[in-house]
Design a protein around this ligand. Structure first.
Ligand code: TXA
Ligand code: MG
Length: 326
């Protein structure tokens, strides 16, 4: 998509850039999900993002920049691994956590000495960063703990009244958030996402994978967004691989899975994430499908098992958190 080709879109981006420069908050598309952005250098603007999203202050925001050079300028340390990963995967759905420079206010990083940086692979996001001439701090544009938005309508549904400027870039291509890798110590996977961890390991070697999600109240959270409950629909969600064989919740139940389930007629609604069993396509469809099921007023949603490789790791992660009770 060439944003220059559409004068209305160019105008919307211009308005969003002005709003950001005035210390406001805007929603914009990235290749992963829509973001709720503010000037990363402006603590008051960033505070508004936390407020609008209802996000606890201990959960740091990703800073979006236009190039690896711009990322490097915000980092106090830029390891060889950072250079290699930036070279290979940026622009793209990868966030690198590195030591931060003073220029990044504490509110962005929740007081941590490290900052998450990423160059989004979306023409509108890149144009917005360029026009606003600033690094943009942005979490996913959903109320805290809820399902992430992959269309502008999803954002309007939550924030129409609070966020006057929502730039519409159509549906997000990747559909799950960026992979978050910390390079502060040993390379560590903090959140599986749009770049498969296997692809990252092919570039920098072994990446430490955390066994399970951390919980609030325990040790200081390395990635506080890794809260156990997240991405939650209002309808209770159960994982098929955690149920006793054959036991399906009672009542009107929906199903979400890579392919169609056995005994399909037992379900009130079925969301097949990819007819061909393609994990990338499944990731793209995940959040919209969850939202559609959630809108039906079902008793429960059953999620089928998803292969634990490639984009499947990110899908499993989101479904596990959606199933967790806060
Ligand atoms: O794809 C994405 O990453 C989207 C788009 C908008 O870029 N953003 C996104 O942001 O998913 P959010 O805030 O919903 O999730 C950011 C994740 C959280 O798990 C957060 O804890 C982690 O990144 N994170 C951010 N900064 C961090 C830091 N300094 N140290 C450790 N984890 C960090
Ligand atoms: Mg989020």
């Amino acid at each position: 998509m060439d944003s220059n080709a559409d004068p209305n879109l160019e105008q919307a981006i211009e308005a969003a850039a002005l709003e950001l420069r005035a210390g406001g908050v805007v929603a914009f598309p990235t290749e992963t999900v829509y973001g709720l952005g503010a000037d990363a250098r402006n603590p008051r603007a960033v505070a508004r993002v936390f407020e609008i999203k209802g996000r606890p202050r201990f959960d740091p925001l990703i800073v979006h920049v236009g190039s690896a050079a711009a990322a490097r300028a915000l980092a106090a340390e830029w390891q060889r691994t950072a250079e290699q990963l930036a070279e290979r995967f940026w622009p793209g759905p990868l966030t690198l956590v590195v030591k931060k420079r003073e220029a990044i206010p504490d509110i962005v990083t929740a007081g941590l000495g490290n900052v998450g940086l990423r160059v989004p692979d979306h023409p509108i996001a890149l144009r917005l960063i360029e026009r606003a001439e600033m690094p943009i701090a942005a979490p996913s544009a959903n109320p805290f703990g809820r399902i992430s938005p992959t269309t502008a309508q999803h954002v309007r549904d939550s924030f129409e009244a609070k966020v006057p400027i929502i730039v519409d870039g159509g549906p997000c291509r990747t559909g799950v958030e960026s992979t978050v890798i910390s390079l502060v110590a040993e390379p560590t996977l903090l959140r599986p996402g749009g770049v498969p961890v296997e692809d990252i390991e092919a570039v920098i070697g072994r990446v430490v994978r955390r066994e399970s999600t951390s919980r609030p109240g325990g040790e200081a959270l390395a990635a506080p967004g890794m809260l156990e409950s997240h991405y939650a629909p209002r309808t209770p969600l159960r994982l098929a691989n955690q149920l006793r064989a054959g036991s399906i919740p009672l009542g009107r139940v929906g199903y979400i899975g890579l392919r169609a389930p056995e005994a399909a007629d037992r379900f009130a609604a079925i969301e097949v994430l990819s007819q061909d069993g393609d994990l990338r396509e499944a990731a793209t469809n995940l959040f919209s499908a969850l939202r559609r099921l959630d809108a039906l007023g079902l008793e429960a949603i059953l999620a089928g098992d998803i292969p634990a490789h490639g984009l499947g790791l990110a899908i499993r992660d989101r479904l596990e958190r959606a199933a967790a009770k806060g």
